[in-house]
Design a protein around this ligand. Structure first.
Ligand code: NAI
Ligand code: MG
Length: 501
């Protein structure tokens, strides 16, 4: 594709990228890793180096935790709730004013198409800062009518206070690098915590740049520390660190299990947002045009690299052949290409490793006898592209129907009854999200009751908001990010008794 039609990079982004070598952000200052080591982050659309990044490890996590602990009792703790709100709102305004530059950075580091970065990631990230920016003045305890049986007639005052948890360790993935960082930082900061954030090694740049923006917004040094690095070193050091009070983790269920084990040393509080294999169930009485869009977007958004991808598509048998054919035909029209081009629908996967992983799932689908109806291969070009792929006639026991693929691969299968759809939808170790398409209100709500998942979308897909809870059941994890539930997660409740006698 000709690069002549591409928009110029935003001057602020050019300036940021021209540093070439990006440092850790600890105690408000850019620093090299203690080891002096660095790693490269690539542009997945071209495979070329985008920047060199300091490689944090255990010694750097120690430094970051020390800064975060110190910051817990520094100027940050002295800000009034109203002042904390102003800081978060300032951050929202700054991010909004630089939305174009941050969107382009997401495209360059992650590979997602600019139209998604601009219309999804950025407004959602700004929305999270605004939503949680409103919380500090509303976080309060309660008074409780208490009774003490061995002291009849006595009067007590009892009240509760919500306090910050302390130092929060945030380990985040590469699929929504900026959004995941903001989703952790906004509630953690609203509640008065300090944070050590480890972005994914594939996409470290947005979190580093956001860390600088937060300093500019008035977050004091040491409150937000950003330590890029690899999972088994920097990530594991956060999970096990005795100076970290809570870990919020998003990533694979496999690594999530390791984080839970490592957290036991000091009984860290945890919120875990893990994998999914989510069902998208289409009944014959649905608005079929809307459902077709929902199936398509459900599985192909962000190149399918969504914990909430609707990767298992169940279609009622009477419309199965026609709907499947239309879906496969549509998958063949997807424009793949340079993700900076506003006309591009789908960019590359995040890394060569992820591309190869997805291709091996596609091979297993072919070998285990699923019908390949669209895609099925890497797309040409230097980047890590995989064609949008549709398998029909998928059986529940096939690998592609059971394991999280995290790429643009749909497994489509027919069903006959509500009971069958529910049983098969629930026949997975995961339970993150689900969707149901039908015009029958009773059927929709019956399904919503029976499906075991953290979210049920009815006649829509991939809707998220700062005010709505997000998280899973079963091996998709526990805890809820967003909404008032995040405030509970990022605070502890203290019980105070006063003898009034
Ligand atoms: P991952 O689970 O290894 O990585 C997620 C984060 O955890 C990264 O920041 C990574 O550095 C960190 N990490 C890795 N090992 C760690 C350890 N031992 N201790 C602490 N932190 C550690 O995911 P990966 O390898 O990038 O992708 C593999 C698969 O995981 C994907 O194909 C997908 O199925 C799933 N995944 C799910 C995500 C979700 O949003 N639910 C996000 C990313 C991956
Ligand atoms: Mg990994």
């Amino acid at each position: 594709m000709s690069t002549a039609t591409l928009p110029d990079l935003h001057p602020l982004l050019k300036d940021f990228l021209s540093r070439q070598r990006h440092k850790l952000l600890i105690d408000g200052a850019p620093v090299d890793a203690a080891s002096g080591r660095t790693f490269e982050t690539l542009n997945p659309a071209t495979g070329e180096r985008l920047g060199t990044v300091a490689e944090g490890a255990a010694a750097d996590v120690d430094r970051a935790v020390a800064a975060a602990r110190k910051a817990l009792s520094g100027p940050w703790a002295k800000l009034s709730p109203a002042e904390r709100e102003r800081v978060l709102h300032k951050a929202a305004d700054l991010l909004e004013s630089r939305a174009e530059a941050f969107a382009q950075l997401e495209v360059l580091d992650n590979g997602k198409p600019i139209r998604e970065a601009k219309n999804g990631d950025l407004p959602l990230a700004v929305g999270l800062l605004r939503y949680f920016g409103g919380w500090p003045t509303k976080i309060h305890g309660e008074t409780t009518p208490v009774s003490v049986p061995y002291f009849p007639g006595a009067k007590f005052l009892h009240y509760t206070v919500r306090e910050p948890v302390g130092v929060v360790g945030a380990i985040i993935p590469w699929n929504f690098p900026l959004l995941m960082a903001v989703e952790r930082l906004a509630p953690a900061l609203a509640c008065g915590n300090t944070v050590v954030l480890k972005p994914a090694e594939q996409t470290p740049l947005a979190a580093l740049w956001l860390g600088e923006l937060l300093l500019e917004a008035g977050v004091p040094p040491g409150v937000v520390n950003v330590v890029p690095g690899f999972g088994p070193t920097a990530g594991a050091a956060i999970a096990a660190h005795m100076g970290i009070d809570k870990v919020t983790f998003t990533g694979s269920t496999e690594v999530g299990r390791e984080v839970v084990k490592a957290s036991a040393g000091n009984m860290k509080r945890l919120s875990m947002e893990l994998g999914g294999k989510s069902p998208n169930i289409v009944f014959a009485d649905a608005d079929l045009d809307a459902a077709a869009k929902g199936i398509f977007m459900g599985v192909f958004y962000n190149q399918g690299q969504c914990c909430s991808a609707g990767s298992r598509v169940f279609i009622e048998r009477s419309i199965y052949d026609k709907a499947l054919e239309a879906f496969a035909a549509r998958a063949k029209t997807v424009r793949q290409g340079n993700p900076l081009d506003p006309k591009t629908h789908m960019g590359p996967l995040v890394s060569a490793e992820q591309r190869d992983r997805v291709l091996s799932y596609i091979e297993s689908g072919k070998k285990e006898g699923a019908q390949l109806l669209a895609g099925g291969a890497a797309a040409p070009g230097a980047g890590f592209f995989v064609q949008p792929t549709v398998f029909g006639g998928v059986k529940d026991e096939m690998t592609i129907a059971r394991e999280e693929i995290f790429g643009p691969v749909a497994s489509v299968t027919p069903f006959d009854t509500v009971e069958e759809a529910v049983a098969r939808a629930n026949g997975t170790d995961y339970g993150l999200v689900s969707a149901v398409w039908t015009k029958d209100v009773k059927k929709a709500h019956r399904m919503a009751q029976m499906i075991k998942a953290g979210t049920v979308w009815i006649n829509c897909y991939h809707f998220v908001d700062a005010a709505a809870p997000w998280g899973g059941v079963k091996q998709s994890g526990y805890g809820r990010e967003k909404g008032p539930w995040a405030i509970e997660n990022y605070t502890t409740l203290k019980s105070v008794w006063v003898d009034l006698n």
